[in-house]
Design a protein around this ligand. Structure first.
Ligand SMILES: NC(=O)c1ccc[n+]([C@@H]2O[C@H](COP(=O)([O-])OP(=O)(O)OC[C@H]3O[C@@H](n4cnc5c(N)ncnc54)[C@H](O)[C@@H]3O)[C@@H](O)[C@H]2O)c1
Length: 431
C-alpha cells in the first residue's frame, strides 16, 4: 500500500448525496478517503453542500487534533485545503488531476454510465449509484471501460454491503447451502420522492423513460434482486425470462404529495431462469417489484440443504444469515471488519477504498452491474416480445437497433424507448 487514503471527487449533490453519501464521507469509520471536489450543475446546491461538508470536516479535524491522531489530521487537512465546488464535470476532472483517485457519481440514472466512463478515461476509478444504467446495452460500456482503462468501477448497490448480505455470499461460497435451486424476491415501497433533477420533459428523473430507463423495475429491483442474487457469487447470470406482469397501476403518480403523469411500470412480476457458474447448475429466480406498496418477506434463497434468509440469531441477537432446514435451523456469524457496522452507504465506500488501496477491484464491479442490469432489462424485453425470451435473443435484438445508430447513446435511448413502451397502462386514464 503506497497511500493512506483515497481522494474523491463527487458529482451530483442532490437527495442521495445529502441523505447518504455526504454522511458516508464524514462517518467515523471513513478513515480511508476524503472528498476534495464537488460538482453539480446547480450552483446554489453545490455551494451549499460544499459549505456543509467543510463544516463537518472542520469539526472532525478539531477532534482528530485533540486526540493526536496524526494520520487523520493529515487526511482531513488535505481535504479541507483542496475542497472546491464546480458546476461543470469536465472542468472538475481537469482541475483535480494529480490529486484525485476516485469519482463518486450521484447523478440520475441516465448519466451513471457516461459520466463514470468519462472519469475512467480521465484516469480515475469510478463508482455510481443504482440503477446500473438505462439498460444492459448502456452498462456494457462500463465493462469495456474497465478493460480499456485498467481503472476500477463500483456499482454502489448498498445492499451488497450490508453485513448479513456479505456473510450470505461467504456462506454460499463455502457450500453450506449446496447448489442454489430457487430465489424468491419481493421488493416494493410507495414510490420515489420528488428529486432535485427534472428532465427536459418536465418530469422528475425517476419517471422519465430517457432519464431512468424504466419505473419500479429500474428503481427498486436493483435493491431487491441484489440482496439474494449477489450472494450467489461472481458470474451468475440470467439465461431467459418470462414476464407475467409489467404494468402502470397508479395514475397520476403522487410523489412527495404532488401528482405527476407517469407512464412507467409501478408493478412487475417475472420468472427468470438463471445460471450459476460455481455449481454449473441452473436455478430459478422469481421477482416481484412494486411502487404500489411493500411486502412482508423480502427474499429467500432455496438451496439443496435448506432455505436461506436473514434472521435474528436467538443467542447472539444479531441479524445474520440463517438456513432453515429439516434437521434444524443454522445461524452463521457475520464477518468482522473495520467499517461501520450498520450504514451500508458508508460501508460501500469504505470497503471499495480499502480494496483500491490494496490493489483489489470492487466487490460489485462493472461485471456485476451488467449481470444485474440484464436481470432487469430482460423483464421489459419479455413483455415487449409477449413471450419467454432468452438473453441471446435480447442481445441480437439490440445489435439490430444499434446498427442503425452511429452514436452508441442513440442506440441506448432507442432501446430504452422500446423497452419502456412495453408497459401496460392499467389505470382508467390510459386512453
Ligand atoms: N442507493 C439508494 O438507496 C438510493 C436512494 C435514492 C436514490 N438513489 C439513486 O441516486 C441517483 C440520484 O437520485 P437523487 O434522488 O439524489 O436525485 P436528485 O435529482 O435529487 O440529485 C441528482 C443531482 O445530480 C445533479 N446532476 C444531474 N446531471 C448532472 C451533471 N451532468 N453534472 C453534475 N450534476 C448533475 C442534479 O442537479 C441533482 O442535484 C438515482 O439514480 C437514484 O436511483 C439511490
Amino acid at each position: 500500500m503506497t497511500k493512506d487514503w483515497i481522494n474523491v471527487a463527487a458529482v451530483g449533490a442532490g437527495r442521495i448525496f445529502q441523505d447518504a453519501h455526504r454522511k458516508a464521507y464524514t462517518n467515523a469509520a471513513s478513515t480511508n478517503y476524503v472528498v476534495i471536489a464537488l460538482c453539480d450543475i446547480r450552483k446554489d446546491l453545490v455551494e451549499d453542500q460544499l459549505k456543509a461538508l467543510k463544516k463537518e470536516y472542520d469539526r472532525l479535524l478539531g477532534k482528530a487534533k485533540k486526540k493526536e491522531k496524526g494520520a487523520q489530521v493529515e487526511r482531513l487537512k488535505f481535504g479541507l485545503d483542496h475542497l472546491k465546488a464546480f458546476t461543470d464535470f469536465g472542468k472538475m476532472l481537469d482541475a483535480v488531476e494529480g490529486n484525485c483517485d476516485l469519482v463518486d457519481n450521484c447523478t440520475p440514472g441516465r448519466t451513471h454510465v457516461p459520466l463514470s466512463v468519462q472519469a475512467m478515461e480521465h484516469g480515475y476509478h469510478a463508482m455510481a449509484e443504482k440503477p446500473p444504467g438505462m439498460n444492459w446495452w448502456d452498462v456494457k460500456r462500463l465493462v469495456d471501460a474497465e478493460r480499456r482503462t485498467g481503472k476500477c468501477f463500483q456499482l454502489n448497490e448498498n445492499v451488497c454491503y450490508e453485513r448479513p448480505v456479505q456473510a450470505m455470499r461467504r456462506v454460499i461460497a463455502e457450500g453450506h447451502l449446496g447448489a442454489v435451486v430457487e430465489i424468491d424476491v419481493h421488493f416494493g415501497h410507495g414510490g420515489p420522492y420528488v428529486p432535485y433533477h427534472f428532465s427536459e420533459a418536465g418530469l422528475p428523473h425517476f419517471i422519465d423513460p430517457l432519464w431512468s430507463g424504466g419505473g419500479c423495475l429500474q428503481d427498486l429491483a436493483p435493491h431487491g434482486i441484489s440482496r439474494a442474487f449477489w450472494p450467489v457469487g461472481p458470474g451468475a447470470r440470467v439465461v431467459s425470462c418470462t414476464t407475467k406482469l409489467l404494468e402502470r397501476r397508479q395514475s397520476p403518480r403522487v410523489m412527495s404529495g404532488k401528482p405527476f403523469d407517469n407512464k412507467l411500470d409501478d408493478y412487475a412480476e417475472a420468472d427468470l431462469e438463471m445460471w450459476d457458474p460455481r455449481t454449473k447448475r441452473p436455478f430459478s429466480m422469481k421477482v416481484t417489484t412494486s411502487w404500489c406498496g411493500g411486502f412482508a418477506f423480502p427474499f429467500s434463497i432455496e438451496g439443496e440443504r435448506g432455505t436461506m434468509s436473514i434472521g435474528q440469531d436467538p443467542v447472539k441477537k444479531a441479524y445474520t444469515p440463517v438456513i432453515f432446514a429439516d434437521e434444524g435451523d443454522e445461524y452463521f456469524p457475520l464477518d468482522e471488519d473495520d467499517w461501520d457496522l450498520l450504514d451500508s452507504h458508508a460501508r460501500e465506500v469504505q470497503v471499495y477504498c480499502d480494496n483500491l488501496l490494496h490493489g483489489r477491484p470492487s466487490n460489485t464491479p462493472a461485471e456485476y452491474a451488467l449481470r444485474l442490469q440484464e436481470c432487469i432489462s430482460i423483464q421489459y424485453y419479455s413483455k415487449l416480445a409477449k413471450r419467454k425470451v432468452a438473453a441471446e435473443e435480447m442481445e441480437k435484438w439490440a445489435e439490430g437497433i444499434a446498427a442503425g445508430h452511429p452514436s452508441y447513446q442513440d442506440g441506448v435511448d432507442e432501446i430504452a424507448r422500446a423497452l419502456t413502451g412495453a408497459v401496460d397502462q392499467k389505470s382508467p386514464d390510459s386512453g
